[in-house]
Each structure stands twice: as structure tokens, then as C-alpha cells.
Design a protein around this ligand. Structure first.
Ligand code: 13P
Ligand code: SF4
Length: 301
């Protein structure tokens, strides 16, 4: 009997990995694809919370993470026992959690969101008169509170890659460009950076913005997110001057160490069945985590 292996890759993985994948996408697209995949084995070239989400949505499949170290700082900075206490201290609030969270964290949530649907889901909850607490990304929560005038209490974890973007380095880069310039940014970036952005959105959202760009052909477009996305942007619009937003002058250093653990060798080994199998989640935990994820997928359909 053949073993149907499906390989998924996030936009932040290196180009060669994306070329090896059956599907490349953002967190929402990859979750949906994993859920529907008719696969015996799903190799997830991304980070652990993504592979866990795939397992929760497609429990029949064997899900393999190429490198056991591929975590995410939003997960490692969140102590789930403390999170449970925080949630219990807001009994009249709906708990909305970003998908960059562990399975235990998701099981303590009413809704899961990704950077693609977070604006719409929280707007929907406020429209229903709900009070909301948001975890774990403090920067994303601060942006939502600022942008829409919400008053959500926030958990305090950050993405260690995006949190390094800062106004001073950006201003310096802007000043060095004589003509028109744009900034597009992922909402995991700090609020002062997001306030300067012409567009804020998910990896797919930023990619679509670039694809649709019709402005000054000589403009410089600074991209405040992980460097992997520049590959797809460059393929889509080789005519544009796309540059990584700097963290300090001259830096080309917006790399997620966890995403980049997906080496070609590790992905090839995972396709042969080696690597870290996501086989440690209990049935009850997966069932509890599935509820808020499915709620999101139903909303985003
Ligand atoms: P996206 O869902 O926008 O692809 O984001 C995933 C992520 O980890 C960003 O750092
Ligand atoms: Fe996590 Fe940041 Fe890496 Fe995304 S870029 S996986 S949020 S550490």
C-alpha cells in the first residue's frame, strides 16, 4: 500500500523547501489544506504549533515536524498555568487566541484567529456586545486596540523576530530613500512601526498587496516581516524594489531561527518518515483545542 505523503511549507521557509512542497501558504491556508488533505503522512515544514494544528484537524494522518526545535517565541513565552489563571480572572470575557499557541493554550480558548481573520472575528464579537481578552501576542493586541478603539486586556508574549522592528531604524531607512517609499508590515510588529505602515496584514495579505501594487514603479517598498516572504514577493513582482525593513542600519537579519530549522535534509528525512511525530497530544486535549479552531474555520469559510 502506498503512503500518501503531503508536504506543507510556510512562506518563511527557505525557497528550496517551498519548491519541495505540495502547498505553500500562511497559517490559515495551511490549516485548511491540512484539514482536507487525503494523506497518510503530513510533513509540516513550519513550526510546532502549525504541525499540532494539522494533527488536531486531521487526526487520522501521521504529522511530522522535520526538526524538533522548531518552536515559536509566542509559545515559549506563555506559561499555560498562568494563562489559565488569567483567563479565570476574566469570567465574563471571550478568550480569543492567536493560532501561534500550543494545543493546551488553544484548549483554553473560545476562538482561535490567524493574522488573516483576526480583525473580522474580533469585530464580529464586539458587534455582538461581547467583551474580549486576547492572547498571546501583545503587539497584535495593542494594534487591534489602537486601530479599532477596543479595550481588550492583553497577554504579554511577543514574536522575537517581529518585535525587533523599530521606528528609529525605519526612519533612517526612509530618509536614505529620495523618492516614494512604502511600508507593509505583519501585525506581530510593535505598534509604533504599525502606525507608520501603509498596509498591515498576514503574510498572504502582504503578498497580495505587492501583487496588486500599481503605484510609482520606482518606489521602494519596505517589508516588515520574516525574510522568507521576499522570495514569493520577488517571484510575483520582479519589477518592484522590495527591501527588508531594517532592525538596525544595514541589517538583513529578519530571519526566524525556528522556521529556518527546516533544512532540505530534515524535510527529505521527514518525507521518509523520520523526524518528530506529533503523537503526544491526548484525545481530550485535541477535542478541546479543535472547538475554537473549527469555529474560526467555519467563520472564515
Ligand atoms: P501568517 O499566518 O501571517 O503566515 O503568520 C505566521 C507567523 O508565524 C508570523 O510570524
Ligand atoms: Fe513564531 Fe515569530 Fe517565528 Fe512566526 S516569525 S514562527 S511568530 S518566532
Amino acid at each position: 500500500m502506498t503512503n500518501r505523503v503531503v508536504t506543507l511549507a510556510h512562506y518563511y521557509t527557505q525557497p528550496e523547501i517551498q519548491q519541495m512542497a505540495d502547498k505553500v501558504g500562511d497559517s490559515l491556508e495551511l490549516s485548511l489544506y491540512a484539514r482536507e488533505a487525503e494523506a497518510d503522512t503530513i510533513v509540516f515544514a513550519g513550526v510546532r504549533f502549525m504541525a499540532e494544528t494539522a494533527k488536531i484537524l486531521n487526526p487520522q494522518a501521521r504529522v511530522i515536524l522535520p526538526d524538533a526545535g522548531s518552536t515559536c517565541s509566542l509559545v515559549t513565552q506563555t506559561d499555560v498555568t498562568a494563562l489559565k489563571r488569567w483567563r479565570e480572572s476574566h469570567p465574563d470575557h471571550v478568550h480569543v487566541s492567536y493560532i501561534n499557541s500550543s494545543a493546551q493554550h488553544k484548549a483554553l480558548s473560545d476562538w482561535i484567529v490567524t493574522s488573516r481573520n483576526v480583525d473580522d472575528i474580533i469585530a464580529h464579537l464586539y458587534a455582538e456586545g461581547k467583551k474580549v481578552i486576547f492572547s498571546p501576542d501583545r503587539n497584535m493586541g495593542a494594534y487591534l486596540n489602537y486601530q479599532y478603539g477596543y479595550d481588550m486586556p492583553l497577554w504579554s508574549a511577543v514574536c522575537e523576530v517581529h518585535d525587533k522592528f523599530n521606528e528609529a531604524a525605519l526612519q533612517e531607512a526612509f530618509d536614505a530613500v529620495p523618492g516614494s517609499k512604502y511600508l507593509i508590515a505583519h501585525p506581530e510588529s510593535p505598534l509604533p512601526v504599525l502606525k507608520k505602515a501603509d498596509y498591515v496584514g498576514s503574510t498572504s495579505g502582504m503578498l497580495n498587496w505587492v501583487k496588486a501594487y500599481q503605484g510609482d514603479a520606482r518606489a521602494v517598498i519596505f517589508v516588515a516581516t520574516e525574510d522568507g516572504i521576499l522570495y514569493n514577493m520577488g517571484l510575483a513582482r520582479p519589477d518592484l524594489d522590495l527591501r527588508q525593513a531594517p532592525i538596525y542600519a544595514g541589517c538583513q537579519c529578519n530571519s526566524c531561527p525556528y522556521m529556518k530549522m527546516n533544512t532540505i535534509e530534515a524535510v527529505r528525512r521527514a518525507q521518509q518518515g523520520e523526524g518528530t511525530e506529533i503523537d503526544y497530544l491526548g484525545e481530550a486535549e485535541m477535542a478541546a483545542a479543535r472547538v475554537p479552531i473549527e469555529r474560526m474555520l467555519e467563520f472564515s469559510r
